[in-house]
Ligand binder design. Structure first.
Ligand code: BGC
Length: 255
């Protein structure tokens, strides 16, 4: 077990990729702070899985789109578990709309959760590590769309593109404190964010044809990479985006 003695906080770990990461890091020996918008049955289900693995854990909650909540989530996690070593900025939302029809409300929601949330949660976490004089890991769950256009998802792409530059900047600024910062960029993963796609057989088949490995990814596919980045094996990796997308981003074919 590579993460024994470490405490990890994963935002948005009540479901989907976040839950997969929480469980995987627990299997590697980490104690887990589950975060979700509300401390409800979703968050408690993830916590129950952590505890069934014999790890310690707790739940923190609040809308991470508001910076006060970001500071609170970190402070509450430390209060309950004593420390945090690994922060996974996973919580994210997307809204479908052609650019000309995007409302300010949807723009604010997507940018606040995907970017502001990661920004201020990381700021509070970095202060905690620096105050304690300890190294740490920041892992952002970005997307292939930090690089690849996604028509009808402009706020989402803007948030993920910004998350790419935020990661690079923080990797440089925080390196002197022994804090590494990396992005994990999933492609199409079967999770609740893709409910519409998963319920549309034609759309799903077209997408799968477009993925060189010919299948959607699973939360476990993403979680394995996060576990690696959180482990000592990744000590010398910072300022990187690592893709977990079945080859989707690099695909080109004339057939
Ligand atoms: C989005 C999904 C999309 C996938 C591949 C992800 O970042 O959240 O909706 O299917 O990228 O395009």
């Amino acid at each position: 077990m590579k993460l024994e003695g470490k405490v990890a906080l994963i935002t948005g770990s009540g479901q989907g990729i976040g839950r997969g990461i929480a469980v995987r890091l627990a299997k590697e020996g980490a104690d887990i702070i589950v975060d979700d918008r509300a401390d409800d049955s979703r968050a408690q289900e993830t916590l129950a899985e952590i505890k069934a693995l014999g790890r310690r854990g707790c739940v923190v909650s609040g809308d991470i789109g508001q910076s006060d909540n970001d500071r609170h989530i970190i402070a509450d996690g430390i209060a309950q578990m004593g420390r945090i070593d690994i922060l996974v900025n996973n919580a994210g939302v997307e809204r479908h709309a052609p650019f000309l029809e995007v409302t300010e409300e949807d723009y604010d929601l997507v940018l606040d959760v995907n970017l502001r949330g990661a920004f201020f949660t990381t700021q509070a976490f970095a202060k905690h590590l620096i105050d304690d004089g300890r190294p740490g890991r920041v892992i952002n769950i970005s997307s292939v769309h930090e690089e690849l256009p996604f028509p009808n998802f402009s706020p989402y792409c803007a948030s993920k593109g910004a998350l790419k530059m935020l990661m690079r900047n923080l990797a440089v600024e925080l390196a002197p404190h022994g804090i590494t910062v990396n992005n994990v960029a999933p492609g199409a993963i079967a999770t609740p964010i893709n409910t519409k796609l998963l319920n549309d057989p034609q759309l799903l088949q077209r997408l799968q044809q477009n993925i060189p490995l010919k299948r959607l990814g699973t939360p476990d596919d993403v979680a394995g990479l996060v576990a690696f980045l959180a482990s000592p094996d990744a000590d010398y990796i910072t300022a990187a985006t690592l893709y977990v997308d079945g080859g989707l981003m690099r695909n080109y074919s004339e057939q």
